[in-house]
Design a protein around this ligand. Sequence first.
Ligand code: HEM
Ligand code: HEM
Length: 196
Amino acid sequence: MIMFKKKQSLGLRVWHWSNALLISLLFLTVFLRKTFLSVKANTNAIMMKAQEVGGTLTESQANDIARMLRKAMWQWHPIIGLAVVALLLYRAYLYFTDKKNAKISMEGKPLLYKVVKRNYILFYTLLTVMGITGMLLYWDDSLAIDKSTHNFIKEVHEFLMWYFPAFVIAHIAGVVYADRGEDRGLISDMINGGDQ
Ligand code: HEM
Ligand code: HEM
């Protein structure tokens, strides 16, 4: 039974691939922060290297350098994040204007269809929370957010993060599976718009 194939509007396709690219870039910033640009690992590496070349750096000096390196990369996280928020607003605009193609309707559909579509709604909801918490963290000074509130917001933001890689893995597996079955062409429809 063909379940997911439908015409995809140009607006939704542009939104989809721009969003996929930006979410992947956001993952990249998080990955780099936690691996190659980890302050903890680099503080030790910098101290060891300084010793090797005959100098000495205190832990706090080495820590400063490691933070500086991470900052040069991490500054892109909120910038890309704000671009994702802008795209999310565009998606909301499509919801209201592009009635035929950009609305998620589940009436009289099978269970799997409902599960998949409800998961999209969950994706939009959690992305909204990520956007709001991210912006609160970004503008915490201007908003006079105190340290303990900041930490709480950061914990929410960091915890919810885990949903996104799980979504992307399940999503890609799901659309590949559907495209190999009766929804043949589903993926290229998201590129060229499709014909049914
Ligand atoms: C970071 C990566 C990605 C994210 C966050 C993402 C997100 C989404 C979302 C939220 C929707 C629902 C759109 C709507 O109806 O409102 C969607 C649909 C879709 N995506 Fe992705 N996507 C990603 C990557 C991909 C990739 C790599 C492919 C192709 C291999 C793909 C193929 C599709 C297809 C075919 C649909 C329509 C399927 C359906 O109607 O259920 N996506 N995507
Ligand atoms: C799917 C989307 C997002 C993911 C997966 C994500 C992931 C993360 C993670 C893991 C952290 C904690 C880093 C750490 O301390 O180790 C973080 C912090 C942060 N994020 Fe996001 N984020 C997303 C969206 C956003 C958005 C939309 C914004 C909007 C501006 C944003 C702005 C920030 C800011 C300002 C911080 C605090 C950094 C700091 O305290 O130094 N993020 N994000």
